[in-house]
Design a binder for this molecule. Structure first.
Ligand SMILES: C[S@@+](CC[C@H](N)C(=O)[O-])C[C@H]1O[C@@H](n2cnc3c(N)ncnc32)[C@H](O)[C@@H]1O
Length: 233
């Protein structure tokens, strides 16, 4: 599936990267192999992840919820316990992992191969995107938040979790992004490019405001993550 904006460039390469990485994606969350940074850093990571889960669980999601760029569905069980969840992703491979995760958790959801840039085909009560905002081009952040607003019913909730810049966040053999593009290596040695943008909290807050959100909150965990939410007016 072609990604919006730049079908022949980094946008489509990102989809290929995550399709190929589906089997090893959770190594990042679980600090396995190349993603381990020693006991102290890994403990800090796990503590921050727990803070994210608690934050997400306390947002007040309800009703119909869409998760864009849902990937392997790490956060999906939290959402599926709060409403009728539809997981969307441009790649089928990570969504298959998500399907297994939700089945193991005993919660149901729908699955859709869908580009995150496609216009909404329904109105929903809530929308979540994990580690997707940092893949959005700086020049398209307003466009994306505008799209999110069009998904939501009045009063609908938007939340996201994303990366803060930290040298112990990614794989040990990854270098930081250059001009918002990062080379990512897979376990088999293949290298692919992704866009990776570390937005300032103030940039996220003001973009949410421009898109018409109220009750805007953009905070961080101790080290690794940024957490954002707002309600459509
Ligand atoms: C960093 S992963 C995030 C996965 C998951 N949301 C999480 O929090 O772990 C990014 C996901 O975006 C998906 N993706 C990349 N480009 C996309 C696009 N244009 N539309 C929808 N999904 C896309 C990838 O397939 C991948 O699953």
């Amino acid at each position: 599936m072609a990604a919006g904006g730049n079908p022949e460039g980094v946008d489509s390469e990102m989809v290929r990267y995550y399709a190929a990485r589906a089997d090893e994606y959770d190594d990042w969350y679980l600090r396995r192999g190349r993603y381990s940074h020693g006991p102290a850093n890994d403990a800090a990571w796990r503590s921050d992840l727990e803070a994210c889960a608690a934050w997400l669980g306390s947002r007040g999601f309800r009703g119909r919820i869409v998760e864009l760029a849902a990937g392997t569905g790490w956060w999906s069980p939290v959402l599926a316990r709060q409403g009728q969840l539809t997981l969307c992703d441009a790649a089928a491979e990570p969504l298959e992992k998500a399907r297994a995760r939700l089945a193991a958790a005993g919660v149901s959801a729908e699955f859709q191969i869908r580009d995150a840039w496609r216009e909404p085909d329904r109105l929903v009560d809530g929308l979540f995107a994990g580690f997707w905002i940092s893949h959005v081009d700086r020049g398209r952040l307003d466009e994306f938040f505008g799209l999110v607003a069009r998904w939501l019913l009045p009063g609908g909730l938007f939340a996201f979790i994303d990366s803060r810049r930290d040298p112990e966040s990614g794989a040990r053999d990854h270098r930081p992004p250059v001009e918002d593009v990062q080379v990512r290596r897979l376990d088999d040695g293949t290298s692919l490019h992704v866009r990776k943008v570390f937005y300032e909290l103030s940039d996220l807050e003001s973009a949410l405001g421009r898109a018409g959100f109220s009750e805007i909150e953009v905070v961080t965990t101790d080290r690794f993550f940024v957490l954002g939410s707002g309600r459509r007016r």
